[in-house]
Design a protein around this ligand. Structure first.
Ligand SMILES: Cc1cc2nc3c(=O)[nH]c(=O)nc-3n(C[C@H](O)[C@H](O)[C@H](O)COP(=O)(O)OP(=O)(O)OC[C@H]3O[C@@H](n4cnc5c(N)ncnc54)[C@H](O)[C@@H]3O)c2cc1C
Length: 330
């Protein structure tokens, strides 16, 4: 690991200004991703700004009926929070499906959103990777890509976003509040991540120096009936091959509202808007669910070793919506 400077932030604006003035610095949340990547010399910040003294560690009710999650709320605390378990079970389930108990005790809401891809070539500095070294090439296309993207990828990069939590948050229309040297702004999570195109080194719309302070969830009454399903190579402590966050509302056998997002299939958590559009107003049947999944996955461009993700994603969507609709009709 390369030597680096360490500072404890004393206020959010000081942290944002300090980082903006240090082009190669980074905020330190729980450190469970950043420090690993520093050991691998994939990330080499020369200044770490520890944001843990800043507070941002509460889950609070918002006046409009939504919920604000502080950026430093730990994944384990968020999963255990009564409001989250009761009103947004999909989020509690997604959190508990991620990493291990010890990691969740450290991992923060902000850090989880910004964790980097698990693509082997991104993590191996001896191999070309356009995300790590722009213009160096992508080793994954011809190499190991079984767990990489089938949607939203580009010639330059097929890495997947690894977060489970972000998949639930994007399905729940979350908004990210940030503070930068230029002030505060709120970014819908659906506009927060960038697809790789020919610049895979840029993963989000954040400017250097912008600090995530909290994440807001709107009130979505039917999210009490929601579910996160994660398919992976082993039952725990593994990243998703395919996952799905789903919430479903039925009225008289018709789908009155729905939220769907896939994980493990794209460079960012993938909101399944096309599928949602087909489902709204349609009968809650296996045939409709299958048609919706197929519409969403029609744009898939699988590679040699990850074509299995297309039928897997379709089946996960159909199975999850069948389960939710049976629960709702009970
Ligand atoms: C063995 C292992 C297995 C795992 N399995 C899973 C899994 O199955 N599913 C899953 O979802 N995750 C998994 N993870 C990843 C884990 O969830 C992340 O490492 C964790 O959520 C990152 O949070 P952190 O607070 O530790 O982030 P850090 O490592 O501190 O930071 C990550 C990035 O975010 C930036 N950052 C942190 N906080 C802020 C902020 N408030 N504002 C702006 N920038 C910020 C940092 O500068 C850094 O670039 C696994 C990790 C490990 C090590």
């Amino acid at each position: 690991m390369k030597p680096f400077r360490y500072e404890r932030a004393s206020s959010p604006s000081e942290a944002a200004t300090l980082l903006a003035q240090t082009p190669t610095g980074a905020f330190l949340g729980g450190g469970t991703n950043l420090v690993d990547l520093m050991k691998l010399e994939v990330m080499q910040p020369d200044l770490l700004i520890d944001i843990s003294p800043l507070g941002f560690d509460r889950v609070e009710a918002l006046p409009d009926g939504g919920v604000r999650i502080g950026a430093l709320v730990r994944n384990s605390e968020l999963a255990a929070e009564r409001t989250i378990r009761q009103r947004y079970p999909v989020l509690a389930q997604a959190l508990l499906a991620g990493a291990s108990g010890q990691l969740r005790n450290l991992a923060t809401t902000g850090g989880n959103l910004l964790q980097r891809t698990r693509c082997l070539y991104f993590q191996d500095i001896s191999k070309p990777c356009n995300k790590r070294v722009p213009g160096s090439g992508c080793s994954a296309r011809a190499g190991e890509h079984r767990n990489l993207a089938i949607l939203g990828a580009s010639e330059a990069c097929i890495a997947t976003h690894p977060s489970d939590m972000a998949v639930a948050l994007i399905a729940l229309d979350a908004r990210v509040n940030v503070l930068g040297p230029g002030g505060e702004r709120t970014i819908p999570l659906s506009k927060f991540y960038r697809l790789p195109g020919d610049q895979p080194q840029y993963e989000t719309v954040l400017e250097h120096g912008e600090l995530i302070t909290s994440v807001d969830l709107p009130a979505i009454p039917f999210a009490t009936r929601s579910h996160y399903r994660k398919v992976r190579d082993r039952a725990s402590y593994a990243f998703a091959l395919v996952s799905l966050a789903a919430a479903l509302e039925l009225k008289d056998g018709l789908i009155s509202d729905v939220r769907l997002a896939f994980g493990g299939v794209a460079p960012a958590p993938w909101r399944a808007y096309k599928a949602e559009q087909i489902l709204r107003g349609a009968p809650a049947s296996e045939e409709t669910f299958r048609r919706a999944a197929e519409a969403e996955l029609a744009a898939a461009q699988p590679l040699r070793d990850n074509a299995f993700k297309v039928p897997l994603a379709r089946n996960v969507l159909v199975r999850t919506l069948l389960d939710l609709s049976r629960e709702e009709q009970r």
